[in-house]
Write a protein that binds this ligand. Structure first.
Ligand code: HEM
Length: 185
């Protein structure tokens, strides 16, 4: 994945735990200082190494790490570095979620050859929202949960997130989320 993802993990640890803990995690992961160039594409294994090391040093599960990281990505990284993108794809959360593919398409010229996930939002008549997440990668469902929590906070919406199905396949994975709001559907 692009180095900006690694940088965001580093920024999250630095913000919440400080430089000493970050150095512990980096050293535990075996990832070199040269893996943090934002606009360079790296092997996916690096993200997994960083998450595994963070989970060990912080003594939380890898799923929890990915969840916290997803929230941080929206609320800190995206707001600081991609604020214009966050503002351009929807005034409220449902419009924004319906535009996630357009968002990733729009930036594909900047992130050459990247491998973005795809999302499909279905809204039924009773106001229930189903969000399909498809990726060529496996194991990132907790990251998506964190991203959704971050988006809910960003758009000031109360969101109940339930994983209703998760399927690992030859293409990667497909996860179906049921999303409900406390307020208007
Ligand atoms: C705000 C601006 C955003 C930018 C600039 C951005 C950019 C990126 C980039 C560069 C990657 C790495 C792909 C690669 O290196 O192959 C990525 C992955 C990803 N993005 Fe976005 N993204 C944005 C917003 C979002 C949002 C709001 C979501 C919410 C669901 C999201 C979901 C994901 C997921 C889940 C991945 C992990 C890759 C995978 O699942 O296969 N992104 N994005």
């Amino acid at each position: 994945m692009y180095g900006l993802v690694h940088r965001a993990i580093r920024d999250m640890v630095l913000t919440h735990h400080g430089p000493q803990v970050w150095e512990q995690i980096r050293s535990e992961s075996g990832v070199g200082d040269d893996a943090f160039l934002a606009m360079q594409s790296y092997d996916d294994a690096i993200v997994l190494q960083l998450v595994a090391a963070a989970s060990k040093v912080l003594d939380i599960s890898q799923a929890e790490c990915l969840d916290v990281f997803g929230q941080f990505w929206v609320l800190d990284t995206a707001v600081k570095h991609y604020g214009n993108i966050l503002d351009s794809f929807g005034d409220e959360i449902w419009e924004f979620l319906g535009n996630l593919n357009k968002l990733h398409d729009r930036i594909s010229s900047t992130f050459q050859g990247y491998d973005a996930p795809s999302f499909q939002l279905e809204t039924s008549e009773d106001g229930t929202h189903l969000l399909h997440y498809r990726s060529s990668r496996q194991g990132l469902t907790p990251f998506v949960i964190g991203l959704l929590k971050g988006l809910a906070q960003h758009f000031d919406t109360e969101l109940v997130i339930t994983v209703v199905a998760e399927e690992l396949n030859d293409q990667g994975q497909h996860t179906k989320f049921c999303l409900e709001t406390g307020g208007s559907p």
